[in-house]
Design a protein around this ligand. Structure first.
Ligand SMILES: Cc1cc2nc3c(=O)[nH]c(=O)nc-3n(C[C@H](O)[C@H](O)[C@H](O)COP(=O)(O)OP(=O)(O)OC[C@H]3O[C@@H](n4cnc5c(N)ncnc54)[C@H](O)[C@@H]3O)c2cc1C
Length: 456
């Protein structure tokens, strides 16, 4: 099995060309730094506003986390609906779920409107329980979805066998409105749309410094009225908000194409995108080419500082997966790759303006392509015309400096990794923001904004 990102392999078969690096000092109305799902979404939101928009990317568009991802377009990311309800109550959870569902539909709409060729698949989500604890998680998710009046289908261990060829799961919940994509081709497709709409894009252009309204790369600079950072793995030297973010590592692998008979055994009814209830979960879906995409990780490497490039972790994921689907024992996985997803301590993104320089916007730690897509668009809309926006309450959910269970000063003593993983676990399994002053403030702001919208 080769260490190589499959999506880069798919890019080799296209005519996508690189944009040259920025090599001059230029001016624009808005400069966006980082062209993953968030930065591209910010750019597309601004492209037809009659503004001069510049996009700077240190790699190629989508060349970092977005273009390594498994391309599951589902609202369910690290925070399940039940966990959001526990933390924020029903109203808050509905607000935040809307972030993710809006992000999913924005991406699907861009693909269909601009005819982006990115292996777009309509794939229902199938969340799978492992053991009795997993079954309880499934039931809780179903109850949570019912509270928000969403549709879904619950499967017991027995009935699940009708839609998935495995008896290793204790049940599952399935819902519609979710899709699969080749996220690197998606990003490159959006790049093309932006170029056609006069957005200036410079790839291989890493921003190294911000001086007042000017961002500097190694060869040039852009002076802009508004600056939107949608960049990952940011250095503290660029912003103190970088301290809000760490990363979690996961691994992906892709198989040789599967034959139709095996596919029919695995998915007798339809090709779902699946993941399970384990803490470090396994996830899989079929690509349009009938290759199986399989991802996962382990506890030891999730929070490691650098990419772990050995196949050790994914080999184990594949082994356990094949135990659940024994008829796939001889399926060969041909490529694998790791990726580190930027995340905050409580798994919600940070979207904030610099306190002293309100023209400087940051979108950081988005876990999930849909979250990134919503947040990039949100920051862009607010940077362009804050007064016309009626969703300021999201700034409260996503502000920097939120409350954390394990105090941050401990990071200096025991390291960011440990404190981060503890705060992540706390956010996922115990945190209740519902009673906090902040949540009350958000609720009253939300009500005020709703009143304005209703009046209009
Ligand atoms: C293996 C893996 C599987 C995943 N699977 C899924 C999935 O199935 N579904 C899902 O929704 N999410 C998935 N994710 C998570 C998802 O990829 C991320 O949450 C999402 O891509 C974040 O988008 P972003 O735009 O915020 O960040 P990024 O995609 O990281 O974009 C930030 C960009 O900024 C650039 N940059 C950084 N610093 C600078 C600088 N100084 N100057 C210029 N540019 C800079 C980077 O090169 C990068 O392109 C997965 C991630 C991984 C690693």
């Amino acid at each position: 099995m080769k260490l190589q990102n499959w999506w880069f392999t798919t890019l080799l078969g296209t005519n996508e060309s690189m944009q040259p690096p920025l090599s001059q000092n230029i001016e624009s109305d808005i400069v966006i730094v980082g062209a993953g799902a968030a930065g591209l979404s910010a750019a597309i939101s601004l492209m037809d506003k009659g503004l001069k928009v510049v996009l700077l990317e240190k790699n190629i568009c989508g060349g970092d986390t977005s273009g390594k991802s498994a391309g599951f377009l589902t609202p369910d990311s690290e925070l399940e609906l039940a966990q959001l309800i526990r933390r924020f109550g029903i109203t808050g959870a509905a607000d935040l779920w809307k972030v993710a569902t809006t992000g999913v539909s924005m991406m699907a709409n861009h693909i269909s409107k601009h005819k982006i060729d990115c292996d777009f698949q309509v794939q229902d989500s199938l969340f799978l329980g492992i053991g009795n604890g997993g079954w309880q998680d499934i039931l809780e998710e179903v109850e949570s979805r019912k509270l928000l009046k969403f549709d879904q289908q619950l499967y017991t261990k027995e009935s699940l066998k009708g839609i998935l060829g495995s008896d290793a799961y204790s049940g599952g919940v399935r819902y519609t409105g979710t899709f699969g994509v080749d996220a690197l081709l998606y990003c490159q497709g959006i790049k093309k749309v932006l170029l056609e709409n006069n957005v200036q894009i410079y790839e291989s252009s890493e921003v190294e410094k911000i001086e007042d309204h000017r961002v500097n790369t190694h060869l040039g600079s852009v002076k802009a009225g508004q600056v939107i950072f949608c960049a990952d793995k940011l250095q503290h030297s660029l912003t103190h908000f970088a301290d809000n973010v760490y990363h979690a590592q996961t691994f992906l692998s892709v198989s040789e194409p599967m034959d139709e008979k095996k596919i029919a055994t695995m998915f007798p009814e339809g090709r779902y995108q699946c993941w399970d209830t384990d803490l470090v979960y396994t996830y899989f879906r079929l690509l349009g080419t009938n290759r199986l995409l399989l991802g996962g990780g382990d506890m030891l490497t999730t929070f490691s500082k650098e990419d772990v490039n050995s196949s050790r972790v994914i080999d184990k994921v594949i082994k356990h997966f094949k135990e659940k689907f024994p008829y796939l024992a001889d399926l060969e996985f041909i490529q694998f790759w790791p990726g580190r997803i930027d995340t905050t301590r409580d798994l919600l993104p940070t979207v904030a303006r610099d306190e002293k320089n309100p023209w400087l916007h940051f979108v950081l730690g988005c876990v999930g392509l849909p979250w990134a897509t919503f947040c990039g668009d949100f920051a862009a809309r607010h940077s362009y015309n804050d007064a016309a926006c009626t969703d300021h309450h999201y700034y409260e959910y996503l502000r920097a400096g939120r409350d954390f269970f394990v105090p941050l000063w401990l990071e200096k003593m025991v390291g960011k990794q440990i404190v981060f993983s503890l705060n992540n676990a706390w956010a996922k399994y115990y945190q209740k923001d519902i009673r906090s002053k902040e949540t009350r403030r958000i609720t009253s702001r939300r009500e005020a904004e709703n009143a304005v919208v209703n009046k209009k």
